[in-house]
Ligand binder design. Structure first.
Ligand SMILES: Nc1nc2c(c(=O)[nH]1)N[C@H]1C(S)=C(S)[C@@H](COP(=O)(O)O)O[C@H]1N2
Ligand SMILES: [Mo]
Length: 234
């Protein structure tokens, strides 16, 4: 069974299954995986653009439902071992110099979506504003789903291809994809790309993320971790 498919599935997802019906939910991960593939075909404008699951589409993953937050409610806190604790509104994130990336998204379970357009703020730009202290060796990320966490070393966090994203797939990040703001860690497996990002905490020691506590590699390089052999993202 796919360990990344987890319950409970949100009511909104069940509703969005439409003609598929809710009966399948009880039968577990296969169906939920199918739901994920199906949901991924819902375009940002909510029009159904297809219903057949494919290998090169996103599966929607969540370990704690689908939390909702409007862009006006949104806040991103940066705290811990920084010279200055900061908090950014959605508008403030938009006012940074944007970083655009078009790169593959690869999940450790095997699916890969080629050439996904992401737009956001380079994490290093945000961290630099707060000013990491000398002993800030790790960066811990929290989701406003209240459960999911992730981590990066400070060196990984300062890479150009790690962004706090507010746009993907050509529009604002949808609720299912972790909107209004998620992380995108291009060179690493998808579990690093925490959805519904709300808080960034710098610390001297590593605190493993949600999946890392369950056995996934802390250093999640695509093609060079988790016993997998995928092509790195270039
Ligand atoms: N908050 C949160 N972020 C998350 C996850 C999750 O369950 N909860 N799943 C991760 C995993 S394993 C992957 S592969 C990607 C999937 O992104 P998607 O749901 O937009 O397809 O989100 C990552 N970020
Ligand atoms: Mo994943």
């Amino acid at each position: 069974m796919d360990p990344e498919i987890s319950k409970p599935i949100g009511r909104r997802v069940i509703l969005s299954m439409g003609a598929v019906g809710v009966a399948g939910i009880a039968y577990g991960s296969k169906i939920q995986s199918w739901v994920g593939s199906t949901l991924s075909k819902v375009a940002p404008n909510n029009s159904l653009i297809g219903l057949i699951p494919g290998a090169d589409t996103f599966q929607i993953y969540t370990v704690a439902g689908f939390p909702q937050m409007s862009t006006s409610q949104y806040k991103l806190s940066v705290n811990g071992l920084v010279k200055k604790e900061l908090s950014f509104t959605y508008e403030e994130l938009l006012s940074f110099k944007p970083t655009l990336l078009t790169k593959d998204f690869q999940c450790v379970t095997g699916w890969r979506v080629p050439n996904v357009h992401f737009k956001g703020v380079a994490l290093k730009d945000i961290l630099s504003k707060a000013g990491p202290k000398n002993n800030a060796n790790y960066v811990l990320f929290h989701s406003f789903d209240g459960v999911y966490t992730e981590s990066l070393s400070i060196d990984q966090a300062m890479r150009f291809d790690v962004i706090v994203a507010y746009s993907m797939l050509g529009g604002p990040i949808t609720e299912e994809h972790g909107g209004p703001v998620r992380l995108y860690v291009a060179p690493m497996y998808g579990y690093k790309s925490i959805k519904w990002l709300s808080e960034i905490t710098l610390s001297s020691s590593l605190q493993e993320g949600y999946w890392e506590q369950l056995g996934y590699d802390v250093n999640a390089w695509i093609g060079n971790s988790n016993g997998r052999n995928d092509r790195p993202v270039d």
